[in-house]
Design a protein around this ligand. Structure first.
Ligand code: KIV
Ligand code: ZN
Length: 542
C-alpha cells in the first residue's frame, strides 16, 4: 500500500462554512496560493452552485493557482456539488480551467438523512449516485464521491452505494463523519470494512473527512489513516461547520512526530504552518484559541519553573516537536527603515506574495510609515500589513480620520470621520465606556448598520513597546425590520469578521470593526440584488 497521505484542504469550502468566516475573493485567492506553497495535494476551492461569488472565486483559483507549479507540483483544484446536474455543471464551470480539475459530488446515505432530508429510498439514492457520478465523469476525469453522514450510515448499504459510485467513474471515495459522532475505533472499523467489502475499491483512494463535535476529529482521521485511508480532508486551524473540521496542522504533525507508528509521509512543508494559521485567522476573523495544539499562542510556551529548567537541560524533556518545524522562532529580523524597494519586494516574494507593481508600491509606503515608528520589521509585521492593506473587504466606508480622548479625567470620547461610497465625508462624535467603545458608537452612527459585537481580540504581533497591534472582531447583524422571509432572516443573522493592524491600537480596533461592518454591508447588497432578481423572474400571481 502506498505510503503517501494526500492532504485535501477544504478551508475555502467547509472552513468558510464556519459562522462569520466569509472571505473576500482576493483573500480566497491569496489563501489558495499559500495552500499551494504549503504543499497541499488538493484545494477544495468552494461550492460553485452556492452563489455567483463562489463560482467566480473558484474560477479564479482554478486559473491562477491551478496552473501554477510550486516546487514541482500543481495542486488539484476541486469544486463541490450536490448530486444534481445544475450543481455539477456549476462545479465544472468553476474548475475546468485548472490543469488538474476535480468534481466532488455528494449525497446523504444515513437513514435519518434519506428519510427526513432527502425523502428518498435507498434504491433512489443508489440510482441517483450512479446517474450523477456518471454525468460528472462525462465532464471531468477526476471524480470524488462522498456519502454524506457516512458515520451514521449502515455499512452494508455504504458498500453498495460506493460500489455504484466506482462503477460510474469515481476514483476517490471520501467517507465523512458529517456530524462528528463516531469514535476512533468505530471510524477505523468503518474504513477497514469499506476497503474490504466495496467492489472495485482497490483502484480508488479512500479519503476521510471528520468533524469535531466530540473533539475526536483528529483521532478519527488518524484511525481512518491507520485503517488504510490515503487522503485526509482538513482545514487550517480546524475551522468549519459547528465545532469545525479536522485540523491540517494536527494531522500532519502527528504523522511527522509519530512517524514510527504511521510510517507515512505527506507533501506538506511544515515550516509554513504558522504563517497559514495566522493568515486564516486574519482573513476569517476567527481567533485561534491560545491552547490550540500546534498553532495556539501557548503551544510552545513553557510557564512552570520545572518545565523551563528541564527544557534548558534538554529540549526534548518537555517538547515533542521543535517550534522551528512549524515555522516558529525562525529568523524574524528582516527589514528596517533603510531597506529599499528591491529588498522589500524580494522579502514579500519569499513570504509568498506575488504583488503587482501597484500593490507593491501601496504596501511599500505602508512599510515605510511603519519603519518610521518601529525599528525592526519582522515577517509577522509584513504579513499583518498585507492583510490590513490589501485583503480588506470592498470598502463601502473608509476611515478618513480618528481622534479619541480618554483617561481618568473625563468621559471617553471619539470623533470619527469616514469617507462614504460616493466619496462624501461623514463626521460623528460619541461617548463610550472606553475609547474603542466610543469609536464603535461613532462608526455606528455613520454607517447605520445595527449589529452586536460578539468578539474583540487584540494582540501584539511582536514584542516591545513599538509592536504592531492586531485586532480581530466578530459582529452579528441585528435585523430590525421583521419583514424578511425565514431564509433571508437566517442569512441576515450571519456573523462577520474583521481585521485591522496598526501601531495605534485604537486605530487598529476601528479598522477591524469597520472591515466587519463593510463585509456585512456588501453581503446585504448581494442579498438585496438576489432578492430583486428573484422578484423580477418569479411568476406573477393573478
Ligand atoms: O461533512 C460533510 O459531510 C461534508 C461533505 C460535503 C463531504 O462536508
Ligand atoms: Zn464537512
Amino acid at each position: 500500500m502506498n505510503n503517501i497521505v494526500k492532504i485535501f484542504d477544504t478551508t475555502l469550502r467547509d472552513g468558510e462554512q464556519s459562522p462569520g468566516a466569509t472571505m473576500t475573493s482576493a483573500e480566497k485567492l491569496e489563501l489558495a496560493r499559500n495552500l499551494s506553497r504549503l504543499g497541499v495535494d488538493v484545494i477544495e476551492a468552494g461550492f460553485p452552485a452556492a452563489s455567483p461569488d463562489d463560482l467566480e472565486a473558484v474560477k479564479r483559483i482554478a486559473q491562477e493557482v491551478g496552473n501554477y507549479e510550486v516546487n514541482g507540483h500543481t495542486p488539484v483544484i476541486c469544486g463541490l456539488a450536490r448530486t444534481s446536474k445544475k450543481d455539477i455543471d456549476a462545479a465544472w464551470e468553476g474548475v475546468q480551467l485548472a490543469a488538474r480539475p476535480r468534481i466532488h459530488t455528494f449525497i446523504a446515505t444515513s437513514d435519518i438523512h434519506m428519510q427526513y432530508k432527502l425523502k428518498m429510498s435507498r434504491d433512489e439514492v443508489m440510482q441517483k449516485t450512479y446517474e450523477m457520478v456518471s454525468y460528472a465523469h462525462s465532464l471531468c476525469e477526476d471524480i470524488e464521491f462522498s456519502p454524506e453522514d457516512a458515520g451514521r450510515s449502515e455499512p452494508e448499504f455504504l458498500y453498495q452505494v460506493l460500489g455504484e459510485a466506482i462503477r460510474a467513474g469515481a476514483t476517490t471515495l471520501n467517507i465523512p463523519d458529517t456530524v462528528g459522532y463516531t469514535t476512533p475505533e468505530e471510524f477505523g472499523a468503518l474504513i477497514r470494512g469499506i476497503i474490504t467489502h466495496t467492489p472495485g475499491v482497490e483502484n480508488c483512494t479512500v479519503s476521510v473527512h471528520c468533524h469535531d463535535d466530540l473533539g475526536l476529529a483528529t483521532a478519527n482521521t488518524l484511525a481512518g489513516i491507520l485503517a488504510g485511508a490515503r487522503q485526509a480532508e482538513v482545514t487550517i486551524n480546524g475551522i468549519g461547520e459547528r465545532a469545525g473540521n479536522t485540523s491540517l496542522e494536527e494531522v500532519v504533525m502527528a504523522l511527522n512526530t509519530r512517524h514510527p507508528i504511521f510510517g507515512l509521509e505527506t507533501h506538506i512543508d511544515t515550516t509554513q504552518i504558522m504563517r497559514l494559521s495566522r493568515m486564516v485567522s486574519n482573513y476569517t476573523g476567527i481567533v485561534v484559541q491560545p491552547n490550540k495544539a500546534i498553532v495556539g499562542a501557548n503551544a510552545f510556551a513553557h510557564e512552570a519553573g520545572i518545565h523551563q529548567d528541564g527544557l534548558l537541560k534538554h529540549q526534548q524533556t518537555y517538547e515533542i516537536m521543535r517550534p522551528e518545524s512549524v515555522g516558529l522562532n525562525q529568523s524574524q529580523m528582516v527589514l528596517g527603515k533603510h531597506s529599499g524597494r528591491h529588498a522589500f519586494k524580494n522579502r514579500m516574494l519569499e513570504l509568498g506574495y506575488n504583488l503587482t507593481e501597484e500593490e507593491s508600491e501601496q504596501l511599500f509606503n505602508r512599510f515605510k510609515n511603519l519603519a518610521d515608528k518601529k525599528k525592526t520589521i519582522t515577517n509577522a509585521d509584513l504579513e499583518a500589513l498585507v492583510s490590513d492593506e490589501l485583503y480588506q473587504p470592498r470598502e463601502i466606508f473608509a476611515i478618513d480620520g480618528l481622534q479619541v480622548a480618554c483617561g481618568t479625567m473625563g468621559m471617553p470620547t471619539a470623533t470619527v470621520r469616514l469617507r462614504g461610497p460616493q466619496g462624501e465625508i461623514f463626521t460623528k462624535a460619541a461617548i463610550g465606556t472606553g475609547p474603542v467603545d466610543a469609536a464603535y458608537k461613532a462608526i455606528d452612527a455613520i454607517t447605520q448598520s445595527p449589529n452586536q459585537l460578539l468578539e474583540f481580540t487584540v494582540h501584539a504581533i511582536t514584542e516591545g513597546i513599538d509592536a504592531l497591534g492586531e485586532v480581530t472582531v466578530r459582529i452579528e447583524q441585528i435585523d430590525s425590520s421583521h419583514t424578511k422571509t425565514t431564509q433571508t432572516e437566517r442569512e441576515m443573522r450571519r456573523t462577520f469578521g474583521g481585521y485591522g493592524a496598526d501601531t495605534d491600537i485604537i486605530v487598529a480596533s476601528a479598522k477591524a470593526y469597520l472591515a466587519a461592518v463593510n463585509k456585512m454591508l456588501v453581503a446585504n447588497e448581494a442579498l438585496q440584488a438576489a432578492a430583486n432578481t428573484h422578484q423580477q423572474t418569479a411568476p406573477q400571481s393573478a
